[in-house]
Design a protein. Structure first.
Length: 199
């Protein structure tokens, strides 16, 4: 099965179950390779706590005492971006997305998270409100302590005369009041109108 199909399936299952099921690999003891039941979890391992703030808001928060926090948040962000594009779009642009956009997006997210520092980082989560249709939002990095967004990751459709449609991936940060576009990269679609997000 293709990688993107598996990732989309994981995201959809996570949304549908809303934290009812915790996969065992999330609570495995890395040193002994033993699976720890949720009651034995001492809080030192990564756990994912999913809750619904309202009917359309999904807030994914990771509590972690180990060094995998940034990697876990990057993985969630990647899955949400693939889900945002949807199977019809990702099927056509998968190679460009995986080689050009994804590494730049992961680098930008890791930079934002590492700049926060270890003490502040534990209050951050990746928040996603699914925006089907034509909305730009992919996900936000949210600080639960201050109740404010730290960064907003977007993808925009640009229709350039004589060229066709491009997907413009970019992000905004709170440091400049979310004013400046920080470019991640662009992918050419076609002269034909692309389908709606998540189609």
């Amino acid at each position: 099965m293709k990688l993107w199909i598996r990732k989309i399936a994981v995201v959809l299952i996570a949304i549908l179950t809303l934290g009812i099921y915790t996969p065992t690999y999330l609570i495995a003891d890395k040193e002994s390779n033993e699976v720890i039941s949720p009651s034995e979890n001492d809080g030192g391992l990564s756990t994912i706590d999913s809750s619904v703030e309202d009917s359309t808001q999904l807030d994914i928060h990771i509590d972690s005492a180990d060094g995998d926090y940034v990697d876990a948040m990057t993985e969630i962000a990647r899955d949400q971006t693939i889900a945002k594009l949807g199977p019809r779009i990702i099927e056509k642009v998968e190679n460009e997305f995986m080689t050009q956009i994804l590494p730049n997006m992961e680098e930008a997210l890791q930079t934002i998270l590492l700049e926060a520092g270890e003490e502040q980082l534990v209050h951050y989560s990746v928040t996603e409100q699914l925006t089907e249709g034509y909305g730009e939002k992919i996900f936000n990095v949210y600080d639960h302590l201050t109740k404010k967004d730290i960064a907003r990751f977007h993808v925009r459709r640009d229709n350039r005369p004589q060229e066709g449609y491009w997907f413009n991936f970019h992000y905004h940060v709170s440091k400049d009041g979310f004013e400046n576009h920080h470019t991640i990269g662009e992918i050419y679609w076609d002269k034909n109108t692309p389908p709606k997000w998540m189609a």
